[in-house]
Design a protein around this ligand. Sequence first.
Ligand SMILES: [Zn+2]
Length: 205
Amino acid sequence: MKKRLTKVFGFTAALSLLFPTLTSAYQAQDAFFNSQGFSKTTIAAMPWWEDSTVAGLGYSTILSDARAKWDAASAANVGYSKKTSADSATLRFYVHNDANVNYYGVFKPYDSSGTAFTDADVENPNKSFYKGNLVIANYYIQHSPAAGGGPMNRTQTLDVAIHEIGHSLSLRHQPDSEVSVMAISKVTSYGSPQTLDYSNIDYKY
Ligand SMILES: [Zn+2]
């Protein structure tokens, strides 16, 4: 009897461990930060500008391809409108070559007083994005742990850009077990937002 009970418990425990990996995708509203992000009007024609470092470090087509992939969402009204100055833009793109970072890219939102969001702000329903800086870390991309210390390939690099733009659309991270460009830590090479990502964007916008 004792043995049997133990076995049942073991089975239950295994199920509960297995369950999250099968169904833990964040979908619809749960896929998004709790803050207000950018307004739908802004998302529909996002005014963007790129710093000279983007072309200087060879990221112009990576970033234009990444924007086009989100623009291609079938039901969502996502669009991009190029501006010629940082001040007139809402989303600003930069690339740096800093050897002292351990990230591939980062999206940094700011409020209307120019203060950078904290992690808590990102989940604060009373806050909304006013501006955002999207920064690509070229040195880390060229010395990627996921590529054995060498350069990421173009598709992996494109996924970094797609992932960071995804944050500008208020998408939060997905578990690494999901097929998603928003995976929290795994390096993906899809070359495009995946079904889950597009479905979330189509839901919100
Ligand atoms: Zn991220």
